[in-house]
Design a protein around this ligand. Sequence first.
Ligand SMILES: Cc1cc2nc3c(=O)[nH]c(=O)nc-3n(C[C@H](O)[C@H](O)[C@H](O)COP(=O)(O)O)c2cc1C
Length: 397
Amino acid sequence: MDMNKYATHEIADNVFWVGAKDWNRRLFDALIPLPQGTSYNAYLVKGAEKTALIDSVNPGFEKELKARIEQVGSLSDIDYVVMNHAEPDHSTSIPFIMELVPGSVLVTTEKGAKMAELYFDTPRDRIKTVKEGDTLDLGARTLQFIEAPWLHWPETMFTFLPEERVLFSCDFFGAHTAFGIYEDDVEDLSTLAKRYFGEIMMPFKSMGKKGLEKARELDPLLLAPSHGPMYRNPETIFRLYDLWTAGETKEKVIVIYVSMWSATENMVKALSEILLSEGIEVRIYNLANADLGDIAMDLVDSRGIVFGTPTVLGGMHPLAIYAANVFKILRPPTRYAIALSSYGWGGGAIKQLQTTLESTKVEILGAVEINGPAKEDNLSLIRELGAELAGKIKSDS
Ligand SMILES: Cc1cc2nc3c(=O)[nH]c(=O)nc-3n(C[C@H](O)[C@H](O)[C@H](O)COP(=O)(O)O)c2cc1C
């Protein structure tokens, strides 16, 4: 028995935050750095007759979840466990709770049901599938389900509590931070939310647009995502999502490069200085020490990108291969690219980069591959390219 006293929060009448905070987590999906840890938000909704748990917590926090639920109610009162999304950070404690509460039923989409069977062997007779517009009466409290496919997996849905106008939007509108309860508690929340959007939602911008419309139509008083603080003024994050889901870009260029002996770095710097002197916002990341979350964040609204990589064993430097693939799969709205490279004898990095970017929408304005360190005439060419990129960036909107 866990004797600790845990914090819980009544976020609306008879609606409680019972999730967990992972203060020390520093990596998500074995990929994404988490400077402020993260939270796994789970919510208990108590109706006059029935009680529902909405989402759960990451493996390792099951006992905390149980203890928090017991502080605001009784575990045995849980009738429904709503799974908005099957990813393990929200769903892994669901079988744990369902085993403790034998009569409880899992509520999810049809696709979610298949995943529950696949990932944690939930028997079909303990699953209730719901679709767009379905409701579940808890007695004086109703749960309404909204399909939100690809936000973040195909089975994802939102859950709405119309009586209190609370929208449980799961990963959508989330942010990785363990800090705070509500939006005003976290100083740099818009930055963290943008990082999260870039990492998780950017590949699904058109679905995001639809999800945003649905969320806005519900006119929630409280937006309760599954990571990060809740929004008492949802319009603040809605307005940011308006820009991000529309792929609105700024007069901004992200420069990502790697360089072993500074030849490529000097090329990248020459070009960046031109962009800066043209008044373009520039974000430079050396892949040897860059934070992938920062790169994802700046890809959300950069109109241009500069890739810099030397040739290593006939192709791109491995860090540049990694970054170019991340760029490709995140599907940012970036329109223009320039590729810069130095090589020692045969080259090959630029060709590989061009092949990698072929299936993206980005237009490569120029690719410069130089034997050895750049000389003045090479640098002049690079500066000209930089001026061309600046011109394109400024003439687009
Ligand atoms: C491990 C290693 C592998 C390399 N492989 C190639 C290669 O396959 N082809 C080539 O033309 N140059 C190759 N080079 C030479 C570099 O591309 C060259 O030194 C370049 O100027 C380095 O640019 P940087 O200073 O930006 O790292 C290699 C260099 C190193 C250190």
